[in-house]
Design a protein around this ligand. Structure first.
Ligand code: ZN
Length: 261
């Protein structure tokens, strides 16, 4: 069985910034998708912010097992209706991986329900990433630690809820540390946040980073059938109770009535 991945790219800096265009001549999302297509059992395509409905139509999400999100300069340009559609797909069982500056993307903030803020510095410093969860499937084949010679610094405190698991932490040359690989479960959907990937550095060309992302795709994939409406909140009437009960006391709702939203 092949895991179907959609890589969502903001595609702004690749078009407007000469440095980024030189580091990623095939775009960031194109580079990530190409690496995933070289990995066993994964097929990856790309969509961008500029596509109709940002490329995330209901049909596209229905045929996406795992969505990867990279955004930075244009978080505010993402349509709230598409954000809601993405969150619904996650709650229904779609896996999602948020990369680097996607910590401030609308869908990540909506799924986390928290500020998702952090400290940062753009100084091309060394990042040393440590595995904190040995034998975790996302760390498969990854040594106890590895280094990215030039990266942007992200530092604690990271304003996210306590994760399900911390798979990686990072140390930066300037002294800060950061929880750089975090898992969450929201509804039926598996979520992974992975920190590296500032657009002026060749991070997504690194085989070890590509390996982490491929591992995360396999971990995030939920093979169960997608929940059609994860927001459904049905009323179970007295006569449908599993054990016979007699209704007591006053009530607010009429039988069969929909609940408040
Ligand atoms: Zn950055």
């Amino acid at each position: 069985m092949t895991i179907r991945v959609t890589v969502w790219g903001e595609n702004v800096h690749e078009q407007k910034n000469k440095v980024v265009a030189e580091v990623y001549p095939k775009t960031m999302h194109g580079t990530i998708a190409a690496a995933l297509n070289a990995a066993a059992g994964i097929t990856a395509g790309t969509v961008t912010l500029q596509d109709p409905e940002h490329g995330l139509t209901a049909e596209k999400l229905a045929e996406t097992d795992v969505l990867i999100w990279w955004g930075h300069a244009a978080h505010g340009a993402v349509d709230d209706r598409i954000v809601e559609r993405v969150c619904n797909a996650v709650w229904g069982g779609m896996g999602v991986i948020f990369l680097h500056s996607a910590h401030f993307s609308k869908p990540f903030k909506r799924l986390m329900g928290a500020p998702c803020n952090l400290t940062w510095r753009e100084a091309g410093e060394r990042e040393r990433i440590w595995v904190t969860s040995r034998q975790h499937p996302i760390a498969r084949g990854i040594p106890d630690h590895f280094e990215l010679e030039t990266e942007e610094m992200y530092g604690e405190p990271f304003g996210v809820p306590e994760p399900l698991e911390t798979v990686f932490i990072s140390w930066f040359q300037g002294g800060e540390v950061f929880r750089s690989g975090l898992t969450y479960r929201r509804g039926a959907g598996n979520i992974f946040y992975f920190r590296p990937g500032h657009e002026t550095y060749p991070t997504y060309h690194q085989p070890i980073v590509q390996q982490v992302i491929a591992n995360a795709v396999r971990w995030a994939h939920n093979p169960e059938r997608r929940i059609a409406d994860p927001n459904e909140a049905p009323n179970t009437p007295v006569e449908k109770a599993l054990e016979p009960i007699v209704e007591r006391g006053p009530r607010l709702h009429h039988a069969g009535e929909k609940g408040y939203r």
